[in-house]
Structure formats: C-alpha cells, structure tokens
Design a protein around this ligand. Structure first.
Ligand code: S3P
Length: 174
C-alpha cells in the first residue's frame, strides 16, 4: 500500500498496549508521519507528563490533552497515537466518532495485565500508575474498555505479539 492509499489511523488503548511503538511501525510501513499526543502535550507544556501531573494536576493535563488531540486530528494525515486516557473526554470521543465516519480507522490495541505490566515498566512517565500499578492498571482498563470498544473500528489483541506482528495485523485488518 503506498502513501496515496494509506489509511488515516488513530491508535487507542491502555498504557502498555504498545501504541507508540506500533504507531511508529505503521508509519514506517506506509512511509507516513507519526504523531503522538503525549509528545505534543509535553512539547506545549515544556515539561514531562509526570511533572504536569505534579505541578498542574490531572484536570489541567486532560485539558491540554484534549486540545492536543483536537489539533492533531484536524491537522494530521498519518498515524496518530493517543495517551491511554484521552478517550475519557467526551469531545474527544465525538471527534473520534466523526473521524471514523469520515473514513479514518480507530484501532484499539487490546492487552491483558499479564502482558501490559512488563511493557509498562510502571515508571514515573505514567503518574496514574504509581502506588499499586497492577491494581491501578486494572481499574483503568475496566473503566475504559467499554469506551475503547465503542470507538474502535478495529480491535487487535496484542498479547504475545511482537510490535511487528501487531503492525501486520493492523495493516491487514483495515
Ligand atoms: C495516561 C496514559 C499515558 C499518559 C498519561 C495518562 C492514562 O500515556 O497520557 O500518563 O490516563 O492512561 P500512555 O497510554 O502512552 O502510557
């Protein structure tokens, strides 16, 4: 598939599902640009997400994230990866529904705790998982799964798959 026929793709899913790595792989596969909303937020704020949470609080982070997603969806034709909690925002949900109606693909990278845990590494970059990361992750996933499933035009279970295998599944599943 060349860039003219390459789809527009947004990757959603919980921390540890491999969104960023798979998005980079898909972008290479189609020779497209990759954009990541966590990176956009950090660039705008001029500091890492962990510091935004500490200095400004989660609501401020979510507002920045909502703006970053809206800007990226309006101005990006390649592969876009979203922070795991971006789908919690109702205007983001509406924007992703519109994106899908317009022919874009919203791909839910699904994963179980057993496989997400080692990938996440439970580090400072994910402030919501501090404390008891495994329990926090499970709670996040339980609350968000219905949203990921509702928004997705394609779901790929990434357990036991290499990033390259997930790239193949997404590319062939669209
Ligand atoms: C978050 C996930 C993170 C980052 C922030 C909040 C979440 O992104 O946006 O720490 O709410 O799940 P990743 O999904 O890339 O880890």
């Amino acid at each position: 598939m060349d860039a003219r026929t390459a789809p527009r793709v947004v990757l959603v899913g919980p921390p540890g599902s491999g969104k960023t790595t798979v998005a980079q792989g898909l972008a290479r596969y189609w020779d497209l640009a990759h954009r990541d909303t966590d990176t956009d937020v950090e660039t705008t704020a001029g500091k890492p997400i962990a510091e935004i949470f500490v200095d400004d609080g989660e609501p401020a982070f979510r507002a920045m994230e909502r703006d970053a997603v809206a800007a990226a969806l309006a101005d990006h034709d390649g592969v876009l990866s979203l922070g795991g909690g971006a789908v919690l925002d109702e205007s983001t949900q509406a924007a992703l529904e519109a994106y899908a109606r317009d022919g874009g693909a919203v791909v839910f990278l699904d994963v179980t705790l057993a496989h997400a845990g080692p990938r996440v590494g439970f580090n400072q970059a994910r402030p919501l998982l501090l404390g008891n990361p495994r329990a926090q992750w499970q709670a996040l996933m339980q609350a968000r799964r219905p949203i990921y499933e509702r928004l997705a035009t394609l779901r790929v279970l990434t357990d036991a798959c290499t990033p390259a295998q997930v790239v193949e599944q997404v590319a062939h599943g669209l």
